[in-house]
Design a protein around this ligand. Structure first.
Ligand code: PEP
Ligand code: MG
Length: 325
């Protein structure tokens, strides 16, 4: 297997019928970086900036943040990196950031909600990102956006920092691309409006599924009770893909779904052309990819979404019938 994946590394990430698929990796620390090269991935689709904060014993200084972001961009070279701004709160607690306990942390004071209330924290991070990416492309996305006002505020913050740093003579990124994570179901009902405010979107399927089905993603007793490979959830993902196409906005998915070959196959069937996953999944997903006739699956997908049968079983049958690993 390992040998087979190594051989695949040099092969273009393209389906059997010639559809190119952008395979990227998720990362969060310096130690993850060699895996970008080793896996042969096209870039870092999700850089979880909170990890630096979670392993520290006190708030990382602006200079430390900047140093990390700069090292990440150096290591990535020409490959794109998408930084996600701090996604703390909820189950991701920082011992040195005083927060009061919450009854429902997953529904609580976290991610962009906390960041917009504590703009000092967010501004420090945005400044570090802008400085680290001087002269290069910078891609930034915001987690847990629930309504568009939050996205407008976040965009305002970064453009204010951009102006400020420019005034003080810092070299700014050559290009700035801003995106939103789609992980709260409310966004499904304002997709066209959302697309007008962003350069790209990234589906956080872990949280989106958690909120879609009201099922705590960390609770083992119910974790496998509902299946993301079901018509309602796949239908929701399809709406996002279609809205992206309609508005000419690239759509990526960076949750766990992207790293399981059968699920990744379903995503391509829905029309996704870019997915980001844990580095060890690149080999297995690529093995699936090169055996997949995307056109044939797209036809099958319509029937699966319209049908009342078990979507996972139908997808598995399709994979088996076409010898897709
Ligand atoms: C997600 O929610 O799918 C996601 C990628 O973000 P995280 O797992 O870090 O919450
Ligand atoms: Mg998430």
């Amino acid at each position: 297997r390992q040998e087979q994946y190594r051989a695949l590394r040099e092969r273009a990430a393209e389906t059997l019928d010639g559809v190119p698929i952008n395979l990227q990796v998720n990362a969060g620390l310096l130690v993850d970086l060699p895996q970008l090269e080793d896996s042969g991935a096209a870039g870092i689709g999700l850089f979880r900036t909170e990890l630096q904060f979670m392993i520290a014993s006190s708030m990382p200084r602006a200079s430390e943040q900047e140093r990390l972001y700069s090292a990440v961009l150096d290591a990535a070279g020409d490959k794109p990196v998408t930084f996600r701004t701090l996604d703390i709160g909820g189950d991701k607690v920082l011992p040195y950031l005083h927060q009061s306990p919450e009854e429902n942390p997953a529904l609580g004071y976290r991610a962009i909600r906390l960041a917009l209330d504590r703009p000092g924290l967010m501004r420090t991070q945005l400044r570090a990102l802008l400085k680290a990416a001087g002269g290069r492309e910078l891609r930034v996305m915001f987690p847990m956006i629930t309504e568009l006002g939050e996205l407008r505020q976040a965009r305002d913050l970064i453009s204010r920092e951009f102006t400020y740093l420019t005034k003080f003579g810092h070299v700014m990124p050559r290009r700035l691309k801003l995106g939103a994570m789609i992980e709260v179901p409310s966004l499904l009902f304002q997709l066209d409006e959302l697309m007008k405010l962003v350069d790209f979107v990234s589906i956080g399927s872990n949280d989106l599924f958690q909120y879609f089905t009201a099922t705590d993603r960390g609770n083992a007793r119910i974790a496998s009770r509902f299946d993301p490979l079901s018509a309602p959830f796949l239908g929701a993902l399809k709406r996002i893909v279609e809205a992206g196409n309609r508005n000419n906005v690239p759509v990526t998915l960076c949750g766990e779904l992207a790293g399981k070959p059968l699920s990744a196959m379903a995503l391509i069937g829905l029309g996704l052309r870019s997915i980001s996953m844990t580095p060890s999944a690149i080999g297995p997903v690529k093995a699936m990819l090169v055996a997949l006739d995307a056109g044939k699956l797209a036809n099958e997908m319509d029937a699966i979404l319209a049908g009342t049968g078990n979507a996972r079983e139908r997808l598995q049958r399709f994979a088996d019938e076409h010898a897709i690993p």
